[in-house]
Write a protein that binds this ligand. Sequence first.
Ligand code: HPA
Length: 247
Amino acid sequence: MSGIELAVIGGTGLYRLAALSDVQAAEGETPYGPPSGPVRIGRLAGRRVAFLARHGEGHSLPPHRVNYRANLWRLKELGVRRVLAVNTVGGITERYGPQVLGLPDQLIDYTHGRDASFWDGEGGEVLHVDFGDPYTPSLRAAVLAAAGRAGVAVVDGGCYGATQGPRLETRAEIARMRRDGCDLVGMTGMPEAGLARELGLDYACLAIVANWAAGCGDAGEITLEEVLANVEAASAGLPAVLEALLG
Ligand code: HPA
């Protein structure tokens, strides 16, 4: 299948794209195992758009169990060339309070033990992709411009720190991440972005701030209810951004 203009990978709280019409499910395995679920391909703003729920449609996969390689491989196999990853995150620095939408331009990877490359030595081939700018500048610029046209506020730039999870971070860990220069913290940003680069896919991250990270803002105990309520509120602008991006 080809002619897919954009794929959206949905994170916590985003398991469907209600704005998609004429949706068909593409099921399929990959050499890396099964993806998180079917890729749902439909129409949005007159274009073909694919959607994949990163954690599975019933949110059954924690961040460290997501088969990132299968997900990206499957999208590429279906003809996808541009991926907008939607990631639920905690906010560390002032600009990134709950319900903010952000478009980070840098990342730091604190994850471990995940299958982080398609080039893991089998067959003797080793590849070192350039990753200085982990998010594709042209796609970031297009999303920012679309958000502007749609009248949806998006914070431009910032550094996403990818943690292992599934537990949330300690205050000391977040304090260290702040010293490192992280503005946002999430559990799913890597290895996804690196794998997309290895496959030559354009990739940008639209981060939805669900809560203040530990020890930041007025953070108290972080609950799933708080996370989901803020994701729902902040996601309200997403269809308009996608329409503007595709239109
Ligand atoms: N930390 C890590 N991941 C997250 C958070 C957080 O505070 N909130 C939502 N995803």
